[in-house]
Structure formats: C-alpha cells, structure tokens
Write a new protein. Structure first.
Length: 228
C-alpha cells in the first residue's frame, strides 16, 4: 500500500462499523486533518439515498419491499452495489489524480452486513460473490473498523437526529433488529482478522466510550505511514 502513494497515485480509505459507531464523526475529522496536512481529499458516503439507485436502498431499509428475510441476499447485495457503481468513474478519477478518498461505508459494508447470518462454506462463497460483483469498482487500500459494540452503539443511536430517508422513523430495517446487529458486529471482527488491509480501532475502554479526539488520533497514527 505504501508503494501506491510513492508512485503518485491516490489512496482509498474506508471507515466501517455497525450503525451509530461514529463513522460520520471520524470521517469528518479525518478529512479535515488530512486537508490541514496539505493533502487533496475527496469525501464520499454510502448509500446515496438521493440518487436513482440509492433511493431503492432507502426503500429497502424502510421495509417497503418487505422484511429483510423476504428478500434474497443477492438482491440486497445488488441494491447496494448499484448505488456504488453510479460513482465508479468519479472515484476512479480521484484515485488516478493522486487524491486521498475517504469513504463512510463502501464495499466492506456489503461484506459485513450481508454475510453476517452465514457460516463456513456458505459465508465464504457469498463473500467471494460480493467481491466479484463489486470487483470492477476502485478498491479500498485501508479499512478502518470502528470497534463499538451494539450495546454502546444503541445508546449512541438514540442521540442521532431523524434521517431524511427514514421519514419519521428513527431506526431502519437493520437497526431495529438487535440480534442482527450483534451478528454484524461479530462478522466485522472476523473480516478484520481475515483481511490484511483492515485496522481495528477500539472505541471503548473500561466499558466507556473513548474520547472522540483520542479515537481520531489513533486513526491518524495508523494511517500516517501510508500518507507520508
């Protein structure tokens, strides 16, 4: 990954975690810090609910297509993948121009969420299928996993404002199922152990959420060798 920057190409950093784990806060701080260091930075977040394909993701999360279990996992994966493919050329250009791309969720969210309820061979095959489906997109160089358990995230979630894509509801089809969030959390950990480019940032210490600035400093420490 260090060689990518040395050759003048860009760097693609993805921030991942379960819902309400602080991704928005930490991506915002990361963008501002890198810009202060003189880097050209482009920020993007997914899903893009105000786009043609992103609006379908919003409908899915509102339950307009039925319960999660009623929808084949391949269809769920494709909804999110189509949303990202809308920005393929734009993202590719950013990387080729030597910019640092910071993404709040990306392909890794499909891996974390859609394979969470599978095990063994079935899980491995689904991971491989997702990576193939999204394989023509620019790929991440570094994945920062914000390690916040569902219990802490649930408490943080209640502090979030209503999101436009959810109308008057506060929790979407994923967020309202606590045991599913637990499976997703455990799956993220397994993915981080399986894939070299993942970095785990523990956001909880002695049962308490760490200071936002301390978490940011740890993220910066982990990526400094790739941007210098």
């Amino acid at each position: 990954m260090k060689d990518i920057r040395e050759k003048g190409n860009g760097l693609f950093i993805v921030v991942e975690g379960i819902d309400a784990s602080g991704k928005g806060t930490q991506t915002d701080k990361l963008v501002k810090k890198l810009e202060e260091k003189g880097e050209e930075v482009e920020y993007i977040d997914f899903p893009k609910y105000d786009t043609e394909f992103g609006s379908l993701v919003g409908k899915y999360l509102r339950g307009e297509f039925g319960d999660k279990e009623e929808i084949p996992v391949e269809i769920r994966c494709m909804l999110y993948a189509m949303d990202r493919y809308q920005f393929k050329e734009e993202l590719q250009n950013y990387v080729e121009e030597g910019k640092i791309v910071i993404s709040d969720r990306y392909i890794e969210s499909n891996l974390g969420y859609q394979t969470a309820e599978y095990e063994g061979k079935e899980r491995r095959e689904l991971i491989k299928w997702i990576e193939t489906v999204e394989g023509r997109l620019p790929q991440s160089d570094i994945v920062i996993f914000l390690d916040v358990s569902p219990k802490e995230a649930y408490e943080l979630h209640d502090q979030k404002s209503i999101r436009e894509y959810m109308g008057n509801d506060k929790r979407d089809i994923h967020e309202s199922i606590s045991d599913f969030q637990e499976k997703v959390y455990n799956n993220y950990h397994q993915l981080a152990e399986e894939k070299d480019k993942w970095i785990i940032v523990n956001c909880v210490e002695n049962g308490e959420l760490r200071n936002i600035e301390d978490i940011h400093k740890e993220i910066m420490k982990n990526i400094e060798s790739y941007i210098n």
